[in-house]
Design a binder for this molecule. Structure first.
Ligand code: TTP
Ligand code: MG
Length: 360
């Protein structure tokens, strides 16, 4: 799922001042040179009807809203961040793994929660919308799809307060008629180039010869455009905070597929990781394993825990389960093994989360 909060900065302003709701609301950055110089950050949907949107000048926005009793407000980032934190905190609980992207957007991998059923995913999204509306007072639009790329485009399909579901068998029909610049990575220059090649829709791009795309845009971009147009995307939902991790990797005594030999090595790595963990006074919520195979290819697997922990036994157990599963799925012998923990929580952030939970 991709969740995108509706007209976010302006909705935050409505939240603390509900009397704004029926009026055009424009939130902008005032440059200070003259009273009206600066740019629109966002506007509520009432103001959008007058052609006001992100990026236009405040001067133009004022002109378009002349006589409409519009309200102009300066951005108050700290306040929006507080609201964003509360929404994200609530959303996190609905996901197997959760990736916040910017202040008003997040990806939720819910595959396990909904056991692969798109009907269950729809119910989950509806419940999530109701809960967040009741608890925080904020609405958002959700796109549900078989991967991040489709979910993101689906989320833009219906706004505000939208919910769009695209099942795997519907992907082609959904994407095909959309303008090609709806794909991430197709900006103004690229879409002009594509237009000159006769590619106007995502469907046109999907049917375009991939070899020619590679000649025109370079190999990796050409392949990306081809796959994206077909709705193919394998990017995992990356737990927020994953950039911060502790990992250790080491070479095995011999190339092997023997779980006992592997765990003997990883237990040393785990002890080492645990020392650093205790020193830093943190707990972790995600455990990963790394395997370098005899052909030197690297593989990884990870598991998100129910709640943050600093228990070395939980770490060892999870690593053992992950390797057991991994050996089941792969055939090559392993040469090097690694262990990684991530998605950290510090004691004080846990407390902060608890208090904000009770305030809801
Ligand atoms: P968006 O999600 O792009 O826009 P939005 O939430 O205002 O509206 P929508 O209902 O279409 O999702 O951006 C999120 C916030 O980021 C937005 O509220 C304000 C800020 N922003 C800017 O400051 N400048 C910009 O040019 C854009 C696009 C957004
Ligand atoms: Mg938004």
């Amino acid at each position: 799922m991709l969740v995108d909060l509706d007209y976010f900065f302006a909705q935050c302003e409505e939240l603390r001042n509900p009397s704004l709701k029926d009026k055009p609301v424009v939130v902008g950055v005032y440059s200070g040179r003259t009273a009206d110089s600066g740019a629109v950050s966002t506007a509520n949907y009432v103001a959008r009807k007058f052609g006001v949107k992100s990026g236009i000048s405040l001067f133009l926005a004022k002109k378009r809203l002349e006589g409409a009793e519009a309200v102009f407000l300066p951005v108050n980032h700290d306040f929006y961040e507080q609201i964003s934190d509360r929404v994200m905190q609530a959303l996190r609980g609905y996901a197997d793994s959760f990736e916040q992207v910017g202040i008003d957007e997040a990806y939720l991998d819910v595959t396990q929660k909904i056991q692969g059923s798109f009907e269950a995913a729809t119910d989950l999204a509806q419940k999530m919308k109701n809960d967040v509306k009741n608890q925080v007072g904020i609405t958002f639009s959700v796109g549900i799809g078989p991967n991040k790329l489709v979910a993101k485009i689906a989320s833009e399909n219906q706004k505000p307060d939208g919910l769009t579901v695209v099942k795997p068998e519907e992907v082609e029909r959904f994407l095909s008629p959309l303008p090609v610049d709806r794909l991430i990575g197709v900006g103004r220059k690229t879409s002009a180039k594509m237009d000159s090649l006769g590619i106007k829709t995502i469907g046109d791009l999907a049917n375009y010869d991939v070899q020619r795309l590679m000649q025109i845009f370079g190999k990796s971009l050409g392949i990306y455009f081809h796959n994206a147009a077909k709705g193919v995307d394998n990017e995992p939902v990356q737990e927020t905070g994953e950039a911060e991790s502790i990992s250790r990797i080491s070479t095995l005594k011999e190339n092997t597929r023997d779980l006992a030999l592997i765990l003997e090595k990883t237990s040393q790595l785990i002890e080492d990781i645990y020392k650093e963990l205790v020193q830093r006074g943190i707990s972790f919520k995600q455990v990963g394993i790394i395997a370098i195979m005899t052909d030197l290819s690297a593989r990884s697997r990870s598991q998100t825990l129910e709640m943050p922990t600093s228990d070395i036994a939980v770490l060892a157990k999870t690593v053992s389960i992950l390797f057991e599963k991994f050996l089941d799925e792969s055939e090559l012998e392993i040469r090097r093994v690694g262990v990684k923990i991530s998605n950290f929580a510090k004691e004080e952030t846990e407390q902060k989360q608890l208090t904000s939970f009770f305030q809801n």
